[in-house]
Design a protein around this ligand. Sequence first.
Ligand code: NAD
Ligand code: MG
Ligand code: MG
Ligand code: MG
Ligand code: MG
Length: 344
Amino acid sequence: MTDEFNTTVYYDDDADSTEIEDATVAVLGYGSQGHAHAQNLADSGVDVIVGLRESSSSRDAARADGLRVATPTEAASEADVVSVLVPDTVQPSVYADIESELESGDTLQFAHGFNIHYGQIEPPEDVDVTMIAPKSPGHLVRRNYENGEGTPGLLAVYQDATGDAKEQALAYAEAIGCTRAGVVETTFREETETDLFGEQAVLCGGITELIKVGYETLVDAGYSPEMAYFECLNEMKLIVDLMYEGGMREMWDSVSDTAEYGGLTQGPEIIDEGVRENMEQTLEEVQNGEFAREWITENQTGRPVYRQRKQADVNHDIEDVGARLRDLFAWADDEQNDESTEKV
Ligand code: NAD
Ligand code: MG
Ligand code: MG
Ligand code: MG
Ligand code: MG
């Protein structure tokens, strides 16, 4: 255990595998996270049962991977730990089906805090409610585990009915490989709000708008779409890779002095105080629940805004130009395409 970062980070030595080795874990869902958690748990010697609807196309995949499969209700009935890894938007309805199967002392386990934090799932007081959230798409959680490596993760305890909710969550984290890399302690509130803010303002929303506005500015000024695509989208990966490896300094040190000077002086002109105020507004809507209410309503009404925005995004010129260019170049290999379809 180390708390040199102002927060506590747990490693393998902090986890006690006996906290989970006698438990039966129901993994509900067999998508990105579900398939990875289920297989890693099973390979770590934990009794796993995958909960999927009778009609689910994932049933065959789970069976082919050597796992027991049942309906979510049957799986939860048998389990001591229920790991809820269906999409966040369907968790409330799946939870309604399994709620009556939760016994005193059982654990409800999540990989994201949305439904608990915004009150869409209200567990009984006598169950533990915990989170182990790998900071990576599921296929990497699985691949890293198989390679003997770990995936960093977050741990949070929302409700500790048994007095050992955290110890059991740590054992779960060890069994899926997260304590090999390090598990950071947080809360459901902090995980949920930072995750939503990050994906909206910086990662998914912020970066795509930055790229599109840059692309449009060049194309509107008469430059070729191909040049604009390379400059604004393709090169983004190279820059992000450098920052991922060595922080912003490694990136600045790797580009030309001209790029460094121009970037340092023009960056704050582009991402100006107005953008900061917009970000503060976005954060406020995450914190006060406005975004959550909007997204819940959106899902209850057939996702009209989602469909419309998605269509406009898919139809943007940069997507056609990019598809053509990626076909022409060898760097767009299968692995890169696989990873680009994963969710943050
Ligand atoms: P996913 O969309 O990849 O998989 C969902 C699975 O749930 C499907 O494969 C299907 O088997 C099942 N499912 C779908 N609808 C269902 C229904 N109505 N009833 C029962 N089962 C149904 O989901 P995911 O991305 O793995 O997300 C699971 C959880 O993990 C979420 O809470 C998410 O926020 C969290 N999370 C995801 C990632 C990621 O990178 N994907 C990372 C960290 C945390
Ligand atoms: Mg049970
Ligand atoms: Mg427990
Ligand atoms: Mg997210
Ligand atoms: Mg350049």
